[in-house]
Write a protein that binds this ligand. Structure first.
Ligand code: FES
Ligand code: FES
Length: 159
């Protein structure tokens, strides 16, 4: 079965023809060409594929593409500012060593974005809880936590 769907991707409406068995990540990285979203495990374990759907961080490797019809999706591409300027969260990861090989980073950043949109002043426990589904093989997590704290502070200062 194939179906036409329309949804908002990073603020703009997009149309896609989707087969029933396809996942959201297939649509993003395939016909829509949004390669920033990474596929690691493909089983909901690593968080590399995290995007935001209607304000919630989800694993796009588990999300049925047909269910995205009419929803709002934000990917890592949607965080860039004018001239591809890094967002506050992305810059904090760069500045605080929260990124090494970078494979986990888009998913990490999207989980952080969902957290800070809902909770601008999270405790360290809340940060760790928000990132429990995002695995990183490089950084040891300490720098990631520092990056999130710095991003949260900068976002509050910028308000
Ligand atoms: S690729 Fe989706 S959770 Fe690992
Ligand atoms: S920076 Fe390499 S997996 Fe996280």
């Amino acid at each position: 079965m194939r179906k036409e769907i329309v949804f908002n991707l990073n603020g703009s409406p997009v149309f896609a023809t989707v087969e029933a068995q396809k996942r959201l990540i297939d649509v993003l990285r395939g016909p829509l060409g949004e390669k920033g979203t990474k596929e690691g495990c493909g089983e909901g374990e690593c968080g590399a594929c995290t995007v935001i759907v209607d304000g919630l961080a989800v694993n796009s490797c588990l999300y049925p593409a047909l269910e995205i019809d009419g929803k709002n999706v934000t990917t890592i591409e949607g965080l860039l500012g004018a001239g591809n300027q890094l967002s506050v969260i992305q810059q904090a990861f760069v500045d605080h060593g929260g990124i090494q090989c970078g494979f986990c980073t888009p998913g990490m950043v999207m989980s952080v974005k969902a957290l800070l949109d809902a909770n601008p002043q999270p405790t360290e426990a809340e940060i760790r809880d928000a990132l429990v589904g995002n695995l990183c093989r490089c950084t040891g997590y300490v720098q990631i936590i520092e990056s999130v704290k710095a991003a949260a502070q900068k976002l509050r200062e910028d308000k």
